[in-house]
Ligand binder design. Structure first.
Ligand code: PGA
Length: 252
């Protein structure tokens, strides 16, 4: 089985002014252990990408964006293309986050277009999927995850496999303080891996599947110890070095 290096990504969402973003990026850069196992990525808002890129220059910390539009350029007021994100120094782009689906109308179809465009620009998408509370209670978790994964991947070719990250984020666990138990998360992650095998074949073994949803220093180690959990997508706790750094350390 290929070694999957855990990816711990901080999703800053709509937080941080420029001075705050610089300080947070610097504190994380200075606080991470040099020989750590985890790859670390920071996803500040668009306005802070260049400033955070400058703070991370010369380190092995990665820059990530929180979304992208699928067109390369053109008359799309307010939109940012994957090429622009590559230009500013991003390596990863989050697509299909549940907050985008909920507040901005992203669908499996538009998420798939974004994912394809991100890969075409030479960047790595972090595709977010996950069920709502109502869907879990109705026992539809696996169906929802299948639909979102299949829809989001679209016609993706197996060759692209390794340049892809999946984030399983149960919507009911995001920002709520509720976390999936390690067993609940592992069950879904294992299922996602079997779907990736079905859709993409052998490259599935190398694809990292992050868990997201109220990850904290208290639950990170046990979640990351599960065989199919290959990192974390962290929201609230990524805004504070004293919480984010121990989560990175929990990956070993
Ligand atoms: P949370 O957010 O860690 O604040 O729950 C996770 C996410 O939305 O990616």
């Amino acid at each position: 089985m290929p070694e999957r290096r855990p990816l711990i990504a901080g999703n800053w969402k709509m937080h941080k002014t420029l001075p705050e973003a610089r300080t947070l990026a610097r504190d994380i850069r200075q606080g991470v252990a040099p020989g750590r196992r985890a790859e670390v990525a920071l996803a500040p808002p668009y306005t802070a990408l260049a400033a955070v890129a400058a703070e991370l220059a010369g380190s092995d910390l990665r820059l990530a964006a929180q979304d992208a539009f699928w067109e390369k350029q053109g008359a799309y007021t307010g939109a940012i293309s994957p090429a622009m994100l590559a230009d500013v120094g991003c390596r990863y782009v989050i697509v299909g986050h549940s907050e985008r689906r909920r507040h901005f109308g992203d669908t499996d179809e538009t998420v798939s277009r974004k994912l394809t465009a991100v890969i075409a620009a030479g960047l790595i998408p972090i595709l977010c999927i996950g069920e709502t509370q109502a869907e879990r209670e109705a026992d539809q978790t696996l169906q929802v995850v299948r639909r979102q994964l299949e829809g989001g991947l679209g016609t993706l070719k197996p060759a692209t496999g390794a340049a892809l990250v999946i984030a399983y984020e149960p919507v009911w666990a995001i920002g709520t303080g509720l976390t999936a138990t390690p067993e609940q998360a592992q069950t879904v992650h294992h299922f996602i891996r079997s779907l990736l095998r079905e859709f993409l074949g052998a490259p599935a073994e190398a694809i990292r599947i992050q868990y997201g949803g109220s990850v904290t220093p208290d639950n990170a180690a046990i979640l990351l110890a599960q065989p199919d959990i290959d990192g974390a997508l962290v929201g609230g706790a990524s805004l504070k070095p004293e919480l984010f750094l121990p989560i990175i350390a929990a990956a070993g």
